[in-house]
Design a protein around this ligand. Structure first.
Ligand SMILES: Cc1cc2nc3c(=O)[nH]c(=O)nc-3n(C[C@H](O)[C@H](O)[C@H](O)COP(=O)(O)OP(=O)(O)OC[C@H]3O[C@@H](n4cnc5c(N)ncnc54)[C@H](O)[C@@H]3O)c2cc1C
Length: 495
């Protein structure tokens, strides 16, 4: 009997961990090399002064992709999923009303009483279209490997023609066809920013995301904190003897005759395997290590990238009554803000931001009588604003605004504080120019137009994670792991 094929993975983000699970359970011998001293990549944690914080993701849609992952390897899911209800809360400056966004459409309509008449019927009609496009594209665009642009276009051509006008309308225009109030349009368009564009230039097909959120599967987090996902997976990887080498950064690669032959770290160590997977940014890696002309810094800078995160982790003394688990704080100039946020060379004034207070539902995240706040303010990436020496100005701006809006003096009750600027995010996980979610999802950067999950020249090199197919977000990189598993078991079968 021959020996099991060896797989080396660069990086231990969620895409990597999910791939390592699938491959180790399929008989491959897997080893992971990670630059940081923890696994999880952006899905990480900070523990400080008795507080625990989720570093990046704090919730997700499409929870059934996690269920599928563990089912595919015959293991029970090693963490407890917790459905968010309400999904989230929105505060709009100048309005006393705090909107609770419910999946239950009766309750949602009640929230918008006097603001948007007849919301329930309108939303049902809106979601019907969004549902159709979700199910008509799920297996043709998202959950499919593509080997050529022609194959991708052929697959797109099988999507029913009735969806075609949605390619020519914007996200916002679609909302305008269904709703009248600015509040409803603003709230349902927030999801467009995750894709790397504004609702005013995102194609209307992405309204399908509101179907995933409001009807299909909702939003979820994990009991005890998001890092339980990583801990659960690590427990299973240990059972399969998957080795993880921490504090080791891959700095160069060798290849010969269309085969990747080895990886090298900064200390001159060499690592060899039969198959390699890169979980670092798939576009950046091709430029930096494989010197591909399509991915030089100049070309990467011309691509569309999602916004950079400016994040704060605050341990606060006292319970803050005017805030919920999962909140957006928006200003009163939505269109202007959306128009400038991707292009502004200075930090935003009157910033829009998201606040997650995990201690509202996970008391073990903070000492008794305290709250842990994770604040995320999306800002321009480092191509546009390369220097963050003025980070404290933005911290002050946010804390002043938030204290006023929740009527609690946050600044004078801070027990612990950590701030990550886009520079820090870039340096921690090699995120290109600090972009938080990787390459954007315009129609020119999805499917066969996105950096492929199989290298175009090296036959034993694959990619998984935010900037390859299908795209970014926790459930989507889990789908990505399924797609490369499918390729590897066919192209490099083990014994
Ligand atoms: C602030 C923030 C909030 C987010 N919120 C959400 C959310 O609420 N819901 C959601 O679904 N998604 C969210 N996301 C997106 C989500 O985090 C990502 O889509 C997902 O985690 C990406 O996983 P990945 O597989 O690409 O791996 P990554 O997280 O990018 O991990 C890659 C790993 O590779 C390592 N690495 C890179 N280069 C090398 C090298 N040369 N050698 C060795 N190791 C290397 C890095 O250190 C890192 O550990 C958020 C992202 C951010 C930044």
């Amino acid at each position: 009997m021959g020996k099991n094929k060896e797989v080396l993975i660069v990086g231990a983000g969620l895409g990597s961990l999910a791939s390592a699970l699938r491959l180790s359970y399929s008989g491959y011998k897997v080893k992971i090399i990670e630059k940081q001293n923890t696994a999880g990549g952006r899905l990480n944690f900070i523990k400080q002064d008795g507080f625990t914080f989720d570093v990046g993701p704090s919730f997700f849609s499409m929870s059934y992709e996690f269920v599928e992952l563990f089912k595919s390897i015959g293991e029970p899911i090693p963490f407890e999923l917790n459905e968010l209800n309400p999904l989230y809360t929105v505060n709009i400056a100048g309005s006393d009303k705090v909107f609770q966004i419910y999946k239950d459409l009766d309750k949602l309509a009640e929230e918008f009483k006097g603001i948007e008449d007849n919301l329930e019927a309108k939303i049902r009609k809106y979601l019907k279209g969004a549902k159709e496009i979700f199910h008509d594209t799920e297996y043709k665009v998202v959950k499919k490997n593509f080997d050529s642009i022609l194959g991708f276009i052929m697959s797109m051509a099988t999507v029913p023609i009735k969806h075609l006008p949605k390619l020519f309308r914007t996200f916002w225009q679609e909302l305008e066809r269904h709703f009248e109030s600015e509040e409803v349009k603003i709230i349902f368009s927030l999801v467009a920013f995750f894709l790397g564009a504004t609702p005013f230039n995102t194609p209307s097909v992405y309204n399908l995301l509101n179907y995933t959120e409001l009807e299909h599967d909702g939003y979820w987090n994990v009991k005890g904190g998001m890092y339980k996902i990583v801990e659960g997976i690590l427990g299973l990887l240990e059972k399969k003897n998957v080795e993880i080498l921490y504090n080791t950064e891959i700095t160069s690669v060798s290849h010969k005759n269309g085969i990747l032959t080895s990886l090298h770290d900064a200390n001159g160590n060499e690592y060899k395997a039969d198959v390699y997977i890169v979980n670092a940014d798939a576009a950046w890696f091709r430029g930096k290590f494989l010197k591909r002309p399509k991915f030089t810094e100049e070309k990467l800078d011309k691509m569309e990238w999602t916004l950079a995160p400016f994040t704060m982790y605050l341990g606060v003394k006292g319970k803050i009554p005017g805030i919920h688990h999962h909140n957006y704080f928006l200003g009163d100039n939505f269109r202007d803000y959306a128009d400038t946020i991707f292009r502004s060379t200075v930090a935003p004034k009157k910033p829009y931001y998201y606040v997650n207070v995990a201690s509202k539902s996970n008391p073990e995240c903070a000492p008794e009588g305290c709250e842990n706040l994770f604040i995320l303010c999306p800002v321009p990436d480092l191509r546009i604003k390369p220097n963050w020496d003025d980070a404290e100005d933005l911290v002050d701006e946010i804390l002043e605004d938030l204290s006023e809006r929740v009527n609690f003096d946050i600044k004078n009750n801070i027990l612990t504080k950590v701030v990550y600027t886009p520079e820090k995010w870039r340096d921690m996980f090699n995120l290109y120019k600090g972009s938080g979610l990787g390459l954007a999802h315009g129609l020119n950067q999805i499917g066969a137009f996105r950096p492929s999950n199989k290298d175009e020249e090296l036959n034993n090199l694959y990619y998984v994670g935010a900037s390859t197919t299908p795209g970014t977000g926790l459930p989507i990189v889990v789908i990505g792991s399924k797609l490369i598993h499918e390729r590897i078991i066919h192209e490099h079968p083990t014994v």
